[in-house]
Design a protein around this ligand. Structure first.
Ligand code: HEC
Ligand code: HEC
Ligand code: HEC
Ligand code: HEC
Ligand code: HEC
Length: 271
């Protein structure tokens, strides 16, 4: 099932506007699916009773394929399209995922939590300074607040279930490099590359969206001359930081940032 999600993601996104129409059993699925954004559910009968027809685009597809048994049908429908697209898409030099913004199982908003509430990124992405991975917070982090805030709110149902049952929330990965490319958050954060340089204004995103291509050319553009992208280490998670005149007058070039060296050797990123 997980594989289907990944395929749905890269194949359908952007250039193919696929609409899948499935019929599903009454009750559970109809009721659940009709609450999802980007799903259009048509009910021949009264809600939740008759067989229903479902028309989906990829955002919806990638979400519910996790859960339902009809995943098999999706594979059958998607496979021929996938093969054709794989050849075409994989052969193109521009495998850009810019704009990718999957609908998440819980409508968690960075705009609310990092923007309005002003939580620092590291409150939740706590390993970003220490390890290659920024990490996605465990449900217990959410429960620090949601044990007492929004205890009856429906959008938090899954958070409570996850906490009670000890099962992780199945967040859908947004940024995803191929396995043969190596990336390390801690090195970038320590050198003073801000989260915003690669992820954009996350504090203004209701749904996390990929804003940079994450292609090799994009990595190398910065590695060739990283200094204009550097900021004081304490401003790394500050979304609204702009370079001050004083900071700019340090100038660019390795000389002004002697500790920082962003290598363009192949083995830096392909090890
Ligand atoms: C209250 C906890 C919390 C805070 C604070 C928070 N995040 Fe997140 N972040 C999450 C969760 C949960 C997800 C997974 C769900 C999603 O993608 O929306 C996530 C996902 C992300 C992703 C996408 C991950 C992927 O799958 O590729 C990025 C990028 C990100 N956060 C950056 C930031 C930045 C930058 C900040 C600070 C401005 C921040 N986050 C603050 C909880 C948080
Ligand atoms: C520091 C406290 C805090 C933490 C930690 C926190 N939240 Fe929240 N969250 C809030 C507050 C406060 C609101 C209400 C904002 C409002 O009503 O405008 C909220 C709202 C929400 C909502 C919207 C609820 C609604 O009204 O529909 C969701 C969903 C949510 N949070 C999910 C999460 C998840 C998932 C996590 C963990 C990754 C998390 N929150 C961590 C404080 C927190
Ligand atoms: C130099 C670019 C760059 C910077 C700076 C950066 N990220 Fe990332 N981030 C990435 C890439 C690339 C990925 C995908 C990694 C992968 O697929 O292996 C990613 C993935 C993530 C994820 C998904 C989980 C994971 O670790 O793969 C989160 C969350 C995240 N970043 C948060 C942050 C936060 C918070 C900051 C700032 C403290 C930050 N990032 C700074 C490029 C960056
Ligand atoms: C905005 C600038 C910027 C972007 C974009 C960027 N990097 Fe970097 N990267 C740096 C800097 C600066 C360093 C040097 C850190 C140091 O001196 O320790 C670095 C260092 C590294 C290192 C060495 C880490 C170590 O262990 O020493 C790797 C690996 C790396 N980058 C991979 C990537 C990949 C892969 C991408 C694209 C997905 C990427 N970077 C995009 C600025 C960037
Ligand atoms: C700063 C990091 C970085 C460096 C240095 C780097 N690469 Fe890459 N490379 C990447 C990333 C990231 C990808 C994945 C791009 C994508 O997903 O489209 C990639 C993809 C590739 C691919 C896959 C083909 C493609 O275009 O999709 C090849 C081949 C490759 N790199 C060869 C090299 C060679 C040879 C060098 C040395 C001259 C090198 N790379 C240096 C980051 C780097």
């Amino acid at each position: 099932m997980v594989e289907v999600v990944e395929r749905g993601r890269s194949v359908l996104k952007g250039f193919l506007d696929v609409n899948v129409v499935l019929s599903c059993t009454p009750g559970f699925f109809c009721a659940r699916l009709s609450t999802l954004r980007r799903c259009e559910v048509r009910h021949p009968g009264p809600t939740g009773t008759g067989p229903c027809e479902l028309s989906v685009d990829h955002g919806c597809l990638s979400k519910w394929t996790n859960r339902i048994k009809y995943g098999a049908a999706v594979v059958l429908l998607g496979a021929p399209v996938y093969l054709v697209a794989l050849v075409w898409y994989g052969g193109s030099p521009m495998t850009l995922d810019v704009g990718y913004a999957p609908i998440q199982p819980v409508p968690f908003s960075h705009e609310v939590h990092a923007g309005q509430l002003g939580l620092d990124c590291r409150y939740c992405h706590s390993s970003v300074e220490r390890s290659a991975h920024a990490g996605i917070p465990p449900t217990s982090t959410c429960m620090n607040c949601h044990a007492s805030i929004g205890t009856t709110v429906e959008t938090l149902d899954l958070v409570r279930t996850s906490f009670a049952e000890g099962t992780p929330i199945p967040w859908i990965k947004v940024h995803d490099l191929p396995d043969y490319a190596y990336f390390d958050h801690s090195a970038h954060v320590a050198a003073g590359v801000g989260c915003a340089s690669c992820h954009g204004r996350v504090d203004q995103m209701g749904v996390v969206t990929q804003v940079q291509p994450l292609s090799m050319g994009w990595c190398l553009d910065c590695h060739r001359d990283p200094t204009p992208h550097l900021r004081p280490p304490e401003a790394v998670t500050r979304m609204d930081w702009v370079p001050t005149d004083g900071w700019m007058s340090l100038g660019s070039g390795q000389a002004s940032h002697p500790g920082v060296f962003a290598s363009t050797d192949c083995s830096t990123c392909h090890r």
